[in-house]
Write a protein that binds this ligand. Structure first.
Ligand SMILES: [Ca+2]
Length: 347
């Protein structure tokens, strides 16, 4: 890929080529047990839905858009509120609102994040160019951070905070109301523990961490329960071949919205020029965090003590915060099947 891309997605995109090769090797099956199509998608936890607040940098890399689609296609999740994080306030709020409206889910409130760090818009701007946030039939909170705090504090049960980007919102939420940490489980896409981008054996300072290291340190130091997918697992997810084709051909409105956005994003990253028909997804990091909200059966989970150092690495350290970390896949192919079935199937 030689096209010009937004700085915020460079760390991921620059590694796409090598990751393709890596994935081809993994998917050849030598390292993995056979896929069990359908088994994971049918394994739904019994009982009540899981109340979830989504905090996302949707609109930079495209994987947040895929993740939002997976959330909306997952009946286990009771999505209460979505909030844009890492600046670009109006742009992210419009993307969230229009996606929810297209999906018929205007029962979900949209919150504007803090106007910090990033400004302007990004690769999906064309999709919301004519969208008026005031036309959203649901609730739009001008102060999304406060809406998050209020929802958590008023909730009769613990809330899952699904975090898919840099976390300046969450740092400020903790400062305003530290008691939220007692009522929240954080599930997020963070870090790089034993593997880096491209599945390479050296960890990297992962994008969500290094964009705002101080905010990430605040979140990792708070006394809430945490579950994370680092690059070790989420960095391996790319739909190719028949799996990608099934999503791209799907008539499901949520799958179609994802693919429409993916094509707009690819074109924007190619300086507005049309690109050849895409044959595969980009790396779908954030979808794995959505999966971990519901079940963790396809991943090897380890309780590790993790510290965010000042360079943005997530290092194992006896003084670090104990959290549950998805360090390896038990069955990567089965997860890809799960993702495809969820995005293209009925609820
Ligand atoms: Ca993200």
């Amino acid at each position: 890929m030689s096209f010009s891309i937004h700085p915020s997605v460079k760390p991921r995109l620059f590694r796409l080529g090598l990751l393709c090769v890596t994935m081809a090797g993994l998917l050849s099956g030598a390292l993995l047990p056979a896929a069990e199509p359908g088994a994971a998608a049918k394994a739904k936890p019994a009982g009540k839905k899981i109340p979830v607040i989504l905090d996302t940098d949707i609109g930079d890399d495209i994987d947040d858009t895929w993740a939002l689609g997976l959330i909306l296609k997952s009946p286990e999740i009771d999505l209460k509120l979505v909030v844009g994080d890492q600046g670009k306030v109006e742009y992210r709020a419009k993307l969230l609102a229009k996606f929810l409206q297209n999906a018929g889910r205007t029962d979900v409130a949209v919150g504007k994040g803090l106007d910090v760090n990033a400004k302007g818009d990004g690769g999906q701007a064309a999709w919301v160019a004519d969208y008026n946030l005031k036309s959203y039939p649901g609730k739009v909170h001008e102060d999304g951070v406060q809406a998050m705090i209020d929802l958590i504090m008023k909730s009769p049960e613990p809330v899952t905070l699904l975090a898919l980007g840099p976390v300046p919102n969450l740092k400020v939420a903790l400062e305003r109301e530290p008691k939220i940490a007692n009522k929240v489980r954080v599930v997020g896409m963070y870090g790089s523990v034993r593997k880096g981008y491209e599945n390479k054996p050296q960890p990297d300072p992962e994008y969500n961490v290094k964009c705002d290291v101080k905010a990430c340190q605040a979140v990792f130091n708070a006394p809430w329960e945490m579950v994370i997918t680092p690059l070790d697992t989420c960095g391996l997810i790319r739909l190719k071949g028949d799996k990608y084709a099934k999503v791209s051909a799907s008539k499901d409105p949520i799958a179609a919205t994802i693919i429409q956005n993916y094509r707009i994003w690819l074109k924007a990253n190619n300086k507005g020029q049309d690109v050849p028909p895409e044959k595969e997804s980009s790396v779908l990091f954030d979808t794995v965090a959505v999966y971990l909200v519901m079940t963790q059966s396809l991943c090897k989970m380890e309780d590790l003590k993790i510290r965010v150092n000042d360079e943005g690495f997530t290092v194992e350290d006896p003084q670090g915060k104990k959290m549950s970390v998805a360090t390896e896949w038990k069955n990567l192919a089965a997860y890809e099947d799960y993702l495809v079935e969820r995005l293209t199937g009925g609820k």
